[in-house]
Design a binder for this molecule. Structure first.
Ligand SMILES: Nc1ncnc2c1ncn2[C@@H]1O[C@H](COP(=O)(O)OS(=O)(=O)O)[C@@H](OP(=O)(O)O)[C@H]1O
Length: 369
């Protein structure tokens, strides 16, 4: 096929079309150049900031124009700087601090106890707990919880709610003296935590029995209707010779028997036996032993106690709840009824072998008469 020259007739109409096409080509070339320069200018403002600018820039080989020559129509938003945002936004800052504390367990929470004062009733358990509360690393439930003997059916979440809020590192405690003599309790405590530390305050079982009786009598509306201590402590019609071991105040004092049940579930190393007599005669010394056993710094010292001659007991200079000197309540340190010396002797004879057995088991001689 041969190419033949095309003759175009250059009339008026064709000339007009030609001029229009030429002007259109020139105009569009100028316009696109301007667009390229604008975009290039904007991107070169941020060329060090974004990867996008670098990659786009590489597609434009033209020399960058001075920054001032073009007014940017595109606003670049900086990448979010978390530190910067924190310093501008207080609520965010507080929230993040809160989360930090929470993560570090610095928020108090209720936990199951690490240590229990399990007994023995009327031996000085309240004094021990109140003295322990002087320590900043100890938090204890105020009243007796009776979880393991009375309210076990309520479950551990109920028990946990009864505990005071504690910080990580603080010891959570409670005291319920009846735990020591309730046969189901040792296994239940072990099931909660086999490493639970057990504190047992013991006192001469004869004085303890009289104290127990005194408390029961104080609760009776009609005290005259209450039998005497002697009548209750001995089997009827035996001439005060056979001790009634079924009577609670006597039975509780056979410490060796109760301890045998605990030793089936806990080793002696998990137990500390506190002398009720020494807790009165030298509270600071006894509290040093207690703090050592719990792995606490010895914070509770002589400075915390003074002897109140009227009360006849050591009292506290200040405590968790009170900043002035005070003693334990009226229900602690009651006057005991007079008991005939022969009765006391008979009871002491009864307890002696059990006491010796208890000394052997614990490795401590409490020196009871
Ligand atoms: N500092 C101090 N102040 C007052 N009382 C003291 C103190 N230290 C030990 N005790 C003796 O604690 C005995 C009461 O023991 P408990 O607290 O274990 O009793 S209870 O089981 O909680 O009811 C209580 O017994 P009673 O004297 O028979 O009332 C006290 O002898």
């Amino acid at each position: 096929m041969l190419w033949r020259p095309v003759r175009v007739k250059l009339d008026k109409q064709n000339l007009f079309v030609c001029l229009a096409v030429v002007s259109l080509v020139v105009y569009s070339s100028l316009f696109s150049k301007c667009i390229v320069r604008r975009v290039h200018g904007v991107l070169s403002l941020n060329e060090t900031n974004t990867e996008t600018s670098i990659s786009l820039r590489s597609t434009f080989s033209e020399k960058p124009e001075p920054v001032t020559e073009y007014e940017s129509v595109v606003r670049l938003i900086p990448l979010i700087n978390w530190n910067g945002l924190e310093s501008q936004n207080d609520s965010f800052k507080n929230e993040s601090k809160y989360r930090l504390l929470e993560n570090q367990s610095l928020r108090p929470s209720r936990r199951l106890p690490d240590a229990l004062v399990i007994g023995v009733k009327k031996s000085g358990t309240r004094a021990l707990l109140e003295f322990l509360r002087l320590h900043p690393d100890v938090r204890a439930a105020g009243s007796e919880v009776h979880f393991f003997d009375k309210y076990y059916h309520k479950g551990f979440s109920w028990y946990r709610k009864k505990m005071p809020p504690t910080l990580e590192g603080q010891i959570t405690m409670e005291k319920t003296p009846s735990y020591f003599v309730t046969k189901e309790v040792p296994l239940r405590v072990k099931q909660m935590n086999p490493n639970t530390k057990l504190l047992i305050v013991v006192r001469d079982p004869v004085t303890r029995a009289i104290s127990d009786y005194t408390q029961a009598a104080s609760k009776k509306k009609n005290r005259n209707g209450m039998k005497s201590f002697e009548c209750l402590a001995f089997v009827k019609d035996t001439g005060f010779s056979v001790v009634d071991t079924t009577w609670g105040p006597v039975r509780i004092g056979v410490y060796a028997r109760h301890l045998t049940k605990w030793l089936k579930y806990f080793p002696l190393t998990h137990m500390l036996f506190v002398s009720g007599e020494r807790l009165i005669a030298d509270p600071a010394l006894e509290m040093a032993r207690v703090q050592d056993f719990l792995g606490l710094k010895r914070v509770i010292t002589e400075k915390h106690f003074y002897f109140n001659a009227t009360k006849g007991f050591p009292c506290l200079m200040k405590s968790e709840g009170r900043s002035t000197p005070h003693c334990l309540g009226k229900t602690k340190g009651r006057n005991h009824p007079y008991i005939d010396a022969q009765i006391l002797k008979r009871l002491r004879d009864f307890y002696r072998p059990f006491n010796y057995r208890f000394y052997q088991m614990t490795g401590m001689n409490f020196g009871w008469p």
